[in-house]
Design a protein around this ligand. Structure first.
Ligand code: INI
Length: 152
């Protein structure tokens, strides 16, 4: 008999930290709305959710590292939108690498809920219009990973 291990989608016993970027705040707020909707629909209690605002995506890994151990999972939400200079590449790459490193270093699932898009329109499409809401899907991943981590 094969033993199958999966994380369930019950958020009722989870503590969740959410880190949100003020840069591109319109998008961040849409992602946060999507994440909160998902968490509540899966039973998370408001008292067990904390939201930390940071200036931009570049700052997320440091703050995630500081808070990760306080929660079952941490969700990073924001958008890095390409401009006319290579700035986008540096911010997006450091945020992605840093978030992955914090997750591996702490053993806490830190979820990459950052959009990396060519323009504002693509970001809006992923924040509740025609391509769903990536904040919602990041929160769903967080619930599954937090429960899976408890199982293992
Ligand atoms: N931060 C973002 O979250 N998204 C962006 O699109 C962005 N761009 O393109 O510049 C951005 N830059 C700010 C950066 O994250 C830091 O806050 C800043 O460099 C100070 O360290």
């Amino acid at each position: 008999m094969v033993k199958v291990i999966e994380g369930n989608l019950d958020a009722s016993k989870l503590s969740i930290g959410i880190i949100v970027s003020r840069f591109n705040e319109l998008i961040s707020k849409g992602l946060l709305d999507g994440a909160m909707d998902c968490l509540k629909r899966h039973g998370a209690k408001e008292a067990n959710i904390e939201v930390v605002w940071v200036p931009g995506a570049f700052e997320m890994p440091l703050i995630a590292q500081k808070i990760a151990k306080e929660y079952d999972t941490v969700i990073c939400l924001g958008a890095v939108i390409r401009g006319g200079t290579p700035h986008f590449e540096y911010v997006a790459a450091e945020a992605a690498k840093g978030i992955a490193k914090v997750s591996l270093d702490t053993g806490v699932p830190v979820i990459f809920g950052l959009l990396t898009t060519d323009n504002l329109e693509q970001a809006l499409e992923r924040t509740g219009s025609k391509s769903g809401n990536r904040g919602f899907s990041a929160a769903l991943t967080a619930i599954e990973l937090a429960n899976l981590s408890k199982e293992l």
